[in-house]
Design a protein around this ligand. Sequence first.
Ligand SMILES: Cc1ncc(COP(=O)(O)O)c(C=O)c1O
Length: 480
Amino acid sequence: MKETPFLHQLLKLKEENITSFHVPGHKNGKIFESLLYKNFKENLVHIDTTEIMGTDNLHQPMEVIKQAQERAKETFKSKETFFLVNGSTAGVYSMIMAVTNPGDKIIIGRNCHKSVFNATILGNLTPVYLNPSMDVERGLALGISPKEVEKTLMQHPDVRAVILTYPTYHGFTSDLKKIAEIVHSHGKILLVDEAHGAHLDLSEDLPMPALACGADAVVQSTHKTLPAFTQSSMLHVQGDRINLDKLRFMLQLHQSSSPSYILMASLDLAVTIYNEKGKELMKQLLENIRDFKQQLSKQKGIEVLDRNLVGKNYIKDMDPTKLWISMAAIGISGYELEKRLRTEFQIQVELSNLYGTLAITSIANKKQDFNKLYDALSSIAEEGKEEKIEELPSFAYTVPKQVYTPREALYKNKRSVTLEEGIGHISGEYLIPYPPGIPIVLPGERITEEMITYVQAMVKKGMEVVGLKDINCRTIEIID
Ligand SMILES: Cc1ncc(COP(=O)(O)O)c(C=O)c1O
């Protein structure tokens, strides 16, 4: 096995029998065993095929892929559903470029995923940003104000579309129904990145799905919250504001000409599981989460983010399947918590920041997973300290001055300087503290002293800042 270091490592991890509170949503394949879909598992190598007689063609579906997409369309209540094999990233590129022409303006939630900003480079678009409300103490992006959407649309009547993330990574939702009404009343198109919300229609106790709120096109990472393989996503469209021919062209532009049949089959199976067992499993999951939270509420020093933020900071609702757990009050950082859960208890969470850690649950998680997590958290909390962790450095996430669009910035000459020397210059790179994953500066925007002080404080605390070529975060590329 030494000749296959990568595969060897993955198989070694399998032996660790890690309890998964991270994506993908099938949770290390467990759902396929527990739901008796072993046939799929056992035949994986045999179904890896290509376009031959009887397998149809993703880019011009007429047979079985068409049937599978039509079934997905009924399940997710869309007018048209497209399977994606290059992740939601390809769906985001395609839907944005299907509704815009080069040179157009688009309104973007500043907490959108990098694929949205990259789409402005690919599509030669001018972004206009909407800032979400922020929880500075915990480093989380919250809701987006419908009034702010309206104001921005009035200031920029020439925009083509609005794109927002719904729900956020941590499960917060804005009032998307109201936002859809506003966007449509201005004659614009609403695109939604619902990468973290493919499961929302499985229960009334979850936030309303983006399609039900009135979005025109919605991308879902089926692989994140439902039992599909990594990279398997879907794009749903409704109404008649989207030009489907242009969208189909953009999809074949951004996706492989050799789409993986294993990924497409995993989407098909995810739809079956969703239809046959989804609601029942979601009911159990939500009960397990309620019990878990109830038990933890008796534990000193452990905070689990709950619905108490709903109704504030433009948060309309919250997805309870995302568990933001913090032991900051007893001096345990999110990073330490994540590391200890993994090394001492073989539990893997999704991500962390200084303040806390995010556990992503799905219909594949069982009661015993929650019991294991509860035992691990209680045991770690027993060793908690008297003092709180140091506060996160604070930063007002105001949108910096945009001198060049991201695409213009990409093609300018650049040079590398120290972070301090970069102050006052135009950035040639992204600077994204992770989490919350909101860029503090994008290529083409002016760097300020406040940004650099913040980034340096984050790096000093061991927090992750992505986007810079210099992985040590000491230098930044500026536009000459
Ligand atoms: C909000 C959001 N949108 C889009 C994406 C891209 O999705 P994918 O990994 O399916 O390409 C991600 C990935 O983490 C995400 O968090």
